[in-house]
Design a protein around this ligand. Structure first.
Ligand code: ADP
Length: 172
């Protein structure tokens, strides 16, 4: 049973993350999206909420599961029997940090391999940070995130009527 772990903050999960998860699911029997608990980095959504949103988003992706972890990624990967770490590469700007991380993880755990997957081209500009920024400013984010995440963002930023802004744009 080949298991891969796809770690990240997923604050919140976007269609780019989902695209990478779906690609990984075609390569592995099990793909576990692992939400990193990072005490020094507080996100927009609580950890449990991020996990819940992922659960809804992956419901129709067979073989994909969600979990959360704390501490060293490679230790967690080994503890669940995952021999592969999946990371997404959007642009050259992702490369340097991802490359360093992959080599550090290899040093820490030579048996754990990192694989990079590229999303569909239209998701290469997508990041959780940008989606939050757009949502906070009242922009339409429906094309970028799963339905449950769009709903959660709307509840989070009630002052910005996301649908209203988009239809006003259509009218004008
Ligand atoms: P982290 O805080 O660990 O970077 P993220 O949740 O931002 O966590 O991202 C997790 C992984 O998913 C990273 O490898 C990141 O490069 C990748 N990723 C994020 N957004 C996209 C996207 N739109 N397309 C492809 N990969 C993505």
């Amino acid at each position: 049973m080949a298991t891969a772990i796809y770690p990240g903050s997923f604050d919140p999960i976007t269609n780019g993350h989902l695209d990478v998860a779906a690609r990984a699911a075609r390569l592995f029997d099990r793909v576990i999206l692992a939400v990193a608990r990072n005490s020094s980095k507080s996100g927009l959504f609580e950890l449990d909420q991020r996990v819940g949103l992922i659960q809804q988003a992956i419901a129709d992706l067979p073989g994909v599961e969600v979990s959360q972890f704390e501490g060293l990624l490679v230790n967690y990967a080994r503890s669940i029997g995952a021999g592969t770490v999946i990371r997404g590469l959007r642009a050259v700007s992702d490369f340097e940090y991802e490359f360093q991380m992959a080599l550090m993880n290899r040093q820490l755990a030579p048996g754990v391999e990192t694989i990079f997957l590229m999303p569909r081209q239209e998701y290469t500009y997508l990041s959780s940070r940008l989606v939050k920024e757009v949502a906070g400013l009242g922009g339409a984010i429906e094309d970028f995130v799963p339905v449950a995440v769009a709903d959660a963002l709307r509840r989070r930023f009630p002052q910005s009527d996301v649908a209203g802004v988009s239809s006003a744009g259509d009218a004008g």
